[in-house]
Design a protein around this ligand. Structure first.
Ligand SMILES: Nc1nc2c(ncn2[C@@H]2O[C@H](COP(=O)(O)OP(=O)(O)O)[C@@H](O)[C@H]2O)c(=O)[nH]1
Ligand SMILES: [Mg+2]
Length: 291
């Protein structure tokens, strides 16, 4: 996983002691790794303060500290990294994100992961907008032996969700995973549609969806933060699925999103195969990034 994440290993090879060059390069590399300028600044200030206070310039000790600081940010708050499957059946996972982020393929992967663990999953094909979106998810469903509830193209996504929850209740399913239309995060009418879907869910089950997972392509860089902000402001986001970490991604943005928006990263995908998904492991992430 995180194969090509920006790796800062060479800094620790280059410097054994901290000095101006070390600090400059470290901050630059954090930002190049897609941690936001502000978050990188906070990390560097904290590390410098520690260095001056404790009179420590040994780069390997500072490296260990930096990893601790990042881990502190990435640790789950009250909101756990694992998925919330509450006591009430069915759990409802609403999957949102911009076009091409990897929603539909992540749903297939997640459904497969959960089904393998013995959960009964139903997929709700509520992306009724994109050409072939229903067929795409049906294809996955057939391959995995997972039921996909769908209507015709351009039908009301809220109605698909309504039927999916009915079906899940009738069949005593554990989880309903809802696919939604990709949308530009700036498009307010499409945001309204998501709000409507959320209202349908709340009316139907008498509580918030158990997870509202925002799918973020790890290659989009700093733009991911504004995506997360807009989705979070509109419908509330409980977790991130970070996709395409097998490509040339620099997933540092997840540190920024967790630090600034307090949204935990829950799942990571790392390839196009159905099994290329895993729960996010902060330790693994930090080891890959910092070295
Ligand atoms: N290499 C790689 N490709 C991915 C990954 N996740 C999704 N994709 C690809 O990204 C493209 C868009 O995915 P899709 O699920 O249709 O995105 P959606 O528009 O958000 O539903 C597809 O070609 C996927 O195969 C991943 O983890 N790694
Ligand atoms: Mg899709």
């Amino acid at each position: 996983m995180f194969k090509l994440l920006k790796n800062l290993n060479y800094i620790w090879n280059k410097f054994t002691k901290a000095g101006d060059d070390f600090w400059d390069l470290l901050e630059e590399e954090l930002i190049l790794g897609n941690i936001s300028f502000e978050t990188a600044d906070i990390l560097i200030k904290k590390l410098k303060e520690y260095s001056y206070k404790e009179n420590i310039i040994d780069a390997s000790i500072l490296k260990a500290r930096l990893k601790e600081y990042i881990l502190e940010i990435l640790q789950p708050d009250e909101n756990n990294h694992s998925l919330n499957m509450g006591p009430l059946k069915p759990a409802i996972f609403l999957i949102v994100g911009v076009n091409g982020a990897g929603k539909t393929s992540s749903i297939a992967k997640l459904a497969n992961l959960l089904a393998k663990k013995g959960k009964k999953v139903i997929i709700s094909a509520a992306d009724t907008f994109r050409a072939a979106a229903i067929e795409q998810i049906q294809y996955f469903g057939e391959k995995m032996g997972i039921e996909v509830v769908h209507h015709q193209r351009f039908s009301d996504p809220g109605a698909v969700v309504f039927d999916s929850i009915d079906k899940a209740t009738a069949k005593d399913a554990d989880i309903v995973i809802i696919d939604t239309a990709g949308r530009m995060q700036t498009s307010s009418n499409l945001m309204d549609e998501l709000k409507k879907i959320k209202r349908v869910i709340m009316k139907k089950i008498g509580r918030e969806p158990d997870e509202i997972l925002l799918v973020i392509d790890s290659n989009v860089g700093q733009n991911a933060k504004s995506q997360a902000e807009i989705f979070n402001d509109s419908i509330g986001v409980t977790g991130i699925i970070l996709t395409k970490t097998d490509s040339t991604s620099k997933g540092g943005i997840v540190i920024t999103i967790k630090n600034d928006l307090k949204i935990p990263i829950k799942l990571v995908t790392y390839g196009e195969k159905i099994e290329n998904i895993d729960y996010f492991d902060p330790n693994e992430f930090v080891n890959e990034m910092i070295g």
